[in-house]
Design a protein around this ligand. Structure first.
Ligand SMILES: [Zn+2]
Ligand SMILES: [Zn+2]
Length: 97
């Protein structure tokens, strides 16, 4: 299922173009013609804005947990909650103390 993406500049719905493998690193200068196995590749979905021509890359659904915030387990009460809390919402355990 493709997500609907809006252009950040002009808020036009962006068009999906293709999925493309993107190399995360270049090892060619070091290892000659060996494939880029060490650096690996990431698959990205490419979207373009038909209005202003802006191009955006999104990590593919199969490698990203799209739309979900990573969970973190509170060491004090053992409950899971979204990672963007500075404190545990259940027991108020403070991660930065
Ligand atoms: Zn645009
Ligand atoms: Zn807690």
């Amino acid at each position: 299922m493709r997500k609907s993406v809006q252009c950040l500049r002009c808020h036009t719905t962006m068009q999906y173009i293709a999925n493309k493998k993107i190399q995360l690193g270049q090892t060619g200068w070091l290892l000659g013609d060996l494939p880029n196995l060490i650096a690996g590749a990431m698959e990205a979905a490419i979207y373009t804005c038909p209005s202003c021509g802006k191009i955006e890359f999104f990590q593919s659904e199969n490698t990203a947990s799209a739309g979900t915030i990573a969970q973190q387990k509170c060491p004090a009460c053992g409950k899971s909650h979204d990672m963007d809390y500075p404190k545990c919402p259940f027991c108020k355990h403070d991660y930065f103390v």
